[in-house]
Write a protein that binds this ligand. Structure first.
Ligand SMILES: Cc1cc2nc3c(=O)[nH]c(=O)nc-3n(C[C@H](O)[C@H](O)[C@H](O)COP(=O)(O)OP(=O)(O)OC[C@H]3O[C@@H](n4cnc5c(N)ncnc54)[C@H](O)[C@@H]3O)c2cc1C
Length: 490
């Protein structure tokens, strides 16, 4: 099997077996949103999906969409937010290298985007989740998902919860997660617009005219190669590349060997197909690293491989994960005492106790830490916690309490660490794919984790489904407008 991703000319692709206005690769949140907007504008769409079912990682996800600026749900929950404050926060957490133009349009149109999601039938319950689990185990609709209410951001920007979580009533394993609820409604909306869906169909190469315009894809469907022609354009929405070890080795080596969040469709093929046609990429090293159960370390402390604290334990768990992965050689330990241990839920108790010690010195020795460092760390933390202060990392007062010997340590190792890639194709605010010189490649669009989107370098839970649906829509809308008059005859 020829595994090349190089674009082919229409002559090589041969006569088109299928023709539509818009060819969409991938049926996750980004591809489905593109299909909805293109379909609502009266365009004929075809979605190619390599798996046997629709939904991609989006359907496996926690369903949270990072939206704000005063959405109807925020207002119903009594939360005040403005597009300007959301913009300041998102710029701060996604730097360095934040994509200001994308963040600006995303924040300004976030209220409208939430209404659009609701308009697709996605239900949200107007209640705020106040627990510590990364995803609500309840049916609450709104939650903090980015460390807005913790240092350093809480001091600079008014904190607002922006994780919008679709209402799901059965979150037990194998129940219907909020991601299933989200995708079920988006897919039903797209299907109602009579687009065509082709499952078990993998896009393999772009078809490109001699003038550089992308006019379709070559796909493999049920064992045969077919040419799927696009009158207006192609939208690449095939997810990220966390399941492609070769790409990880070259772009994000710290993710190699780590548990992955996604599907095997996250093989980076869409990124490579566009790169082979001259597309630029951004932030290929960036990753979301979901790190453990906050309840393990909120009441205790987190230390690195030399026994020192390195972050406020009450910040967003993805920020902790990034710090561990990129600044702390991939290792971190929760240091807890009996009180924390007893407060853990059943899930928390699954984590094997790594080491115990009658005091911090004994625990440090058992862990193989340099002599005396853990004692110094715990003494310093305890002394200030007793005064309700954390001079090093400003952990919130509600979590500050001196740890009491005996102490235990749990390594937040691989089992608690799951990652997916954030880097991808360089696109503009209309979701057009830009070449290495920054010019749009005619006929080529992309959205979701195939692109570097709102997250840039940083992340908040919900940004992937948020920017995937938002820029999927942008692609569909731009194709409806800009493509008019430039239709190609099949
Ligand atoms: C357990 C879990 C929880 C998560 N929770 C959240 C959350 O709460 N909020 C959030 O924002 N994000 C969350 N994420 C991340 C989020 O789900 C993904 O980043 C997001 O769904 C990506 O959307 P997408 O449309 O880009 O890709 P996907 O939803 O993965 O869709 C891409 C589709 O394209 C298909 N495809 C790939 N290549 C091809 C090809 N060449 N030809 C044809 N089809 C192809 C794939 O099979 C797939 O179906 C979570 C992820 C997981 C796994």
């Amino acid at each position: 099997v020829d595994d090349s991703v190089a674009p082919v000319g229409p002559g090589v692709a041969g006569p088109a077996e299928i023709v539509a206005d818009v060819v969409i690769v991938g049926s996750g949140c980004a591809g489905t949103a593109a299909a909805i907007e293109a379909g609502r504008a009266g365009l004929e769409t075809v979605i190619l999906e390599r798996a046997g079912g629709s939904g991609g990682a989006s359907a496996m996800s926690g369903g949270s969409l990072y939206l704000g600026g005063g959405t109807a749900l925020q207002t119903a929950c009594g939360v005040e937010d403005t597009p300007e404050e959301m913009f300041r926060f998102v710029m701060a957490v996604t730097s360095p290298g934040a994509d200001e133009a994308k963040i600006d349009v995303y924040c300004r149109q976030s209220v409208e985007h939430f209404d659009w999601v609701v308009g697709c039938g996605v239900p949200f319950k107007a209640s705020l989740y106040t627990g510590t689990f990364p995803e609500p185990l309840t049916d609450d609709g709104l939650m903090f998902t980015g460390g807005e209410n913790a240092w350093p951001y809480a001091e600079q920007i008014r904190a607002a919860p922006r994780g919008h979580v679709p209402e799901a009533h059965d979150k037990r394993p194998l129940g219907h997660t909020s991601g299933v609820i989200l995708m079920r409604h988006l897919i039903a909306t797209a299907e109602g617009l009579s687009g065509r869906w082709m499952l078990d169909t993998q896009a393999r190469r772009l078809v490109r005219e001699s003038d550089g315009r992308v006019t379709g894809v070559v796909a493999r469907s049920e064992g045969s190669e077919i040419h799927v022609r696009a009158r207006r354009g192609v939208v690449l929405a095939g997810g990220g590349f966390v399941f492609n070890d070769d790409m990880l080795r070259h772009h994000a080596p710290r993710l190699l060997g780590k548990p992955k969040l996604g599907t095997d469709g996250d093989d980076g093929r869409c990124i490579r197909m566009a790169q082979a046609a001259g597309a630029g990429v951004r932030h290929m090293e960036a990753a979301e690293a979901a790190y453990g159960l906050p309840e393990l370390y909120l009441g205790g402390i987190l230390v690195n491989s030399v026994g020192q604290r390195f972050i406020n334990e009450d910040t967003y768990f993805g920020r902790i994960g990034q710090a561990v992965m990129f600044s702390q050689d991939g290792r971190a330990y929760a240091i807890i005492d009996d009180a924390v241990n007893e407060s853990l839920s059943d899930i928390g108790r699954f984590y094997p106790a790594g080491w115990v010690g009658a005091d911090a010195d004994e625990l440090g020795q058992a862990m193989g830490l340099p002599d005396g460092v853990l004692r110094a760390t715990v003494e310093y933390y305890n002394r200030h916690a007793a005064e309700g202060r954390d001079p090093l990392f400003h952990k919130g007062r509600r979590w500050l309490r001196p740890l009491e010997a005996p102490l235990g340590a749990i390594e937040l190792a691989d089992g608690a660490f799951m990652a997916f890639t954030l880097g991808g194709l360089h696109t503009d605010v209309h979701a057009r794919v830009l070449d290495v010189g920054g010019e749009p490649i005619p006929g080529l669009y992309a959205a979701g984790r195939t692109t570097s989107g709102v997250p840039g370098w940083g992340y908040c839970s919900g940004m992937s489904l948020g920017d995937g649906t938002f820029f999927g829509r942008q692609a569909g809308r731009h194709l409806a407008k800009a493509g008019a008059g430039s239709s190609l005859n099949p």
